[in-house]
Design a protein around this ligand. Structure first.
Ligand code: GN1
Ligand code: MG
Length: 361
């Protein structure tokens, strides 16, 4: 096993001789290893081809975006090997190696003395993550978004997700639709609201940007000494999208007072202090890169990203748990209820939310 991993690592343009390869991190989708040579350290990763059937397209997106970021980092005197991922070419000039099973592997320079945190410990950390994702938006504001592959079609197209839900209800493959009447009703009564962002995009009122689309805390490397965000990772879902997607998806998880699958809904609230901390960090770096309407509609992102994943969990429950990994039979329903509780709380706190964001615009 280790021998074959060493051979794979050696196919990339690494420095030095491979001394060791160890399993690394706790991602649920790709398989990640840390490679030690006598000169440096590297990450080696197998791309999950079920979730990402076109790994070459992903690598084109990732290399395009990181190369662009590196230019900006260099221009301001930053460290291009630390502040963005630096992918390595293989011997044949490609940014991936295909193994004997047809799996795609990639490699980048390991970023040392920095950690991806799974849990947000408080407002300071959330504010720092806001700055990091705000910086990502700002630096990529002039990247030609339409040159990126849409690696997962309609990923944050909430009306398309709504259609997936109504299809699931109609097919009722698991026979479970009678168990979740209240949740179905909650979802269906919000059809019009579900389309608000896509409508503005289709009318040309909101610009298409480069978005990360998985803006959770654990996709940021934080410096172990300074606690400052160093680098955004997990670029697989980088695609054209709305800034509100990235801003909103961070808040969905980051501003909740409980885990995504907390079953006791009395513990689940959308915390305005956390919301404010993230908003402050995010807008302190990128507000000048956003239009007035983009700024005004950021909170819609928080509401719709939460609603969207809620209806995805609900649809998956009705489909019989085919997409999200579940630990017990009602897991997806519990997740959907949890997300809908947050949506309701966001709706109830809407005026306050708008008041807070206006402080930072
Ligand atoms: C999935 O696998 P993970 O945790 O990075 C999903 C996100 C959801 C999230 C909900 C490719 O992300 O869209 O918000 O679960 N990613 C994909 O936990 O579907
Ligand atoms: Mg991910």
């Amino acid at each position: 096993m280790v021998e074959s991993l060493k051979k794979l690592a050696e196919k990339f343009n690494i420095e030095g001789e491979v001394k060791d390869v160890v399993l690394f991190g706790n991602g649920h989708i790709n398989e990640t290893y840390k490679v030690f040579t006598d000169k440096n350290m590297y990450t080696l990763q197998k791309i999950n081809k079920v979730v990402f059937p076109d790994p070459a397209a992903i690598m084109e997106n990732s290399v395009g975006v990181t190369g662009f970021l590196a230019e900006k980092i260099k221009a301001r005197g930053g460290d291009i090997y630390r502040e963005t991922l630096h992918f390595l070419k293989a011997d044949d000039g490609k940014y991936y190696v295909i193994d004997e099973n047809g799996d795609y592997w990639r490699s980048w320079i390991f970023i040392d003395k920095a950690t991806a945190h799974e849990v947000v410990t408080g407002p300071e950390m959330l504010e720092e993550s806001g700055r990091a994702f705000g910086e990502f938006q700002r630096q990529l504001a002039d990247y030609p978004a339409d040159t990126l592959y849409e690696v997962i079609k309609d990923f944050h197209n909430t009306p398309a997700r709504f259609k997936q839900l109504t299809d699931a209800i109609e097919a009722n493959k698991s026979g479970r639709k009678g168990n979740c009447k209240a949740e179905i009703e909650f979802a269906l009564t919000r059809e019009e609201a579900a389309g608000e962002l896509m409508k503005l995009l289709n009318e040309g009122k909101l610009p298409l940007k480069v978005t990360h689309n998985d803006t959770k805390m654990s996709n940021i490397l934080v410096d172990d000494e300074t606690n400052k965000a160093v680098c955004i990772i997990d670029l697989d879902t980088v695609m054209p999208g709305l800034t509100a997607f990235d801003y909103g998806d961070s808040l969905r998880a980051g501003a909740s007072t409980a885990a995504e699958d907390e079953a006791d809904l009395s513990k689940v609230w959308f915390d305005l202090g956390l919301f404010e901390a993230y908003t402050k960090g995010f807008l302190s770096v990128c507000k000048d890169a956003l239009t007035e309407l983009e700024l005004e509609t950021l909170p819609l992102g928080a509401k719709l990203m939460t609603y969207e994943v809620g209806i995805r969990f609900l649809a998956d429950y009705i489909n019989g748990d085919v997409y999200f990994r579940t630990k017990y039979p009602e897991h997806n329903l519990v997740r959907a209820r949890n997300q809908f509780k947050l949506v309701k709380d966001i709706e109830d706190k809407w005026d306050k939310i708008m008041e807070i964001i206006h402080k930072y615009m």
